[in-house]
Design a protein around this ligand. Structure first.
Ligand SMILES: Cc1ncc(COP(=O)(O)O)c(C=O)c1O
Length: 402
């Protein structure tokens, strides 16, 4: 029987679906012996010096409310870090808000900008949170398919969509290194996007949570080229293996940040004070931790990609983050969820189906290689066996993408 108040819910929720990443992870976790390559969760623990700073903050009674925008020490650490790593200038007094992970930063920005019928453009495949938050805010979420260009957005395609949706476009989302494809953009490519976006009255939400894990070349922040139109989102979650601490931040022009601050204040007030002290230590003294993790991820990435290619899978260029986006064999007739289910049940390997990253389906799956080399070796051996079995049953892994 329907609950009496069900029909009173905000209509915007009708198109919002719970995260397939989470539900598929839960579904496959029940399979005995499953090797999970599902969540975007670093397999490292938070470095000790960072944990100790968090503990010290508790012992020192840093357990009270903090200022709405976060403790000044952390905002200053963010400002110095962004200057040191990406040559960005953000004033800790007026241009930075500490948020509850990057997730809240994205939510706050969308709450602040989006109204009914606004269009949000996002290159797809993409992290599912963008679509859900855009729709919760009543906006139209429009995907720009990038598959035909090996998952890279081009300035030409971006221009085409901006012109097509014209005045309706309020926000453009960029996320690189990208979840789920792992692709990223060079400085020159970023400059060219900025040249396009400068001509339109749109806000760019640049989600750079994987900025530290760019293996091909140094990460260039979008904010370097179009700061006046950019809301920069980042967090300590991935870079310092701190997903559970829930510390992120957003940066932007002063007047914009003062308005975003109203949303953050209303929804969150402020995040956990002791967590902010740990994040301050990470940003001030964690450069070496990042370097070590990056080296490890890169080695693992090389190993995983080589083996996937050997098996016969076609993959997107895994240039950053800790994901590989893999094409499903063309002779497989079901959906990406069907394929991922078969992998889970028959090969005991849990991955995320491509359907989690686009509105319809995408004949791909995402492997998170933030896992132990032991688990990855076993998982890839299982995939090889699974593929060989399919081939001997008359199906093969022949794929169409280069
Ligand atoms: C692209 C992207 N943005 C944002 C987030 C959320 O990050 P946080 O844990 O800091 O909220 C994730 C997490 O997986 C992500 O992949």
């Amino acid at each position: 029987m329907n609950n009496k108040i069900l029909s009173l819910l905000n209509n915007n929720l009708l198109t919002v679906t719970p995260s397939l990443i989470r539900s598929f992870d839960e579904e496959t976790s029940k399979i005995p012996g499953i090797i999970k390559l599902t969540l975007g969760e670093p397999n490292f623990n938070t470095p000790s010096h960072i944990k100790i700073s968090g503990i010290k903050a508790i012992v020192d009674n840093k357990t009270h409310y903090a200022p709405n925008r976060g403790i000044f020490e952390l905002r200053e650490a963010i400002s110095h870090y962004l200057q040191r790593h990406y040559n960005l200038t953000y004033n800790p007094k007026s241009q930075i808000i500490v948020t509850n992970g990057a997730s809240e930063a994205i939510s706050t920005a969308m709450n602040a900008f989006l109204q009914k019928e606004d269009v949000v453009l996002c290159p797809a495949p993409a992290f599912g949170l963008y679509k859900n938050l855009a729709e919760i805010n009543g906006a139209k979420y429009i995907e720009i398919d990038t598959e035909e260009n090996n998952y890279k957005l081009t300035p030409e395609k971006l221009t085409k969509y901006l012109k097509k949706y014209c005045d309706k476009v309020k926000m453009v989302i960029l996320n690189y290194p990208n979840n789920p494809t792992g692709i990223t953009y060079s400085e020159n490519e970023i400059k060219r996007f900025a040249d396009v976006l400068r001509q339109f009255s749109v806000v760019v939400l640049s989600d750079e949570v994987y900025s530290e894990f760019s293996y091909k070349e140094r990460h260039t922040s979008f904010s370097q080229y179009l700061p006046e139109q950019t809301i920069l989102v980042n967090s300590v979650s991935k870079s310092y293996a701190m997903t559970g601490w829930r510390v992120g931040y957003l940066c932007g022009p002063t007047e914009i940040i003062s308005n975003l601050g109203k949303v953050h204040q209303a929804n969150i007030a402020t995040i956990g004070t002791m967590n902010m002290f740990a994040a301050t230590e990470a940003l001030n003294n964690g450069d070496l931790d990042i370097q070590k993790m990056k080296l490890d991820y890169k080695k693992i990435r090389d190993f995983v990609c080589k083996k996937l290619k050997k098996i016969g899978y076609k993959i997107a260029p895994a240039e950053g983050a800790f994901y590989v986006y893999v094409k499903i064999p063309t002779d497989f007739k079901g959906t990406s969820i069907d394929y991922a289910r078969q992998l889970a049940q028959k090969a005991h390997v849990a991955v995320i189906p491509g359907a989690a990253f686009v509105k319809g389906d995408q004949r791909s799956f995402r492997i998170s290689y933030a896992a132990s080399i032991k688990d990855l070796t076993k998982a890839l051996d299982n995939l090889e066996e699974f593929t060989a079995r399919r081939q001997s049953n008359g199906q093969n892994n022949s794929l169409s993408c280069s």
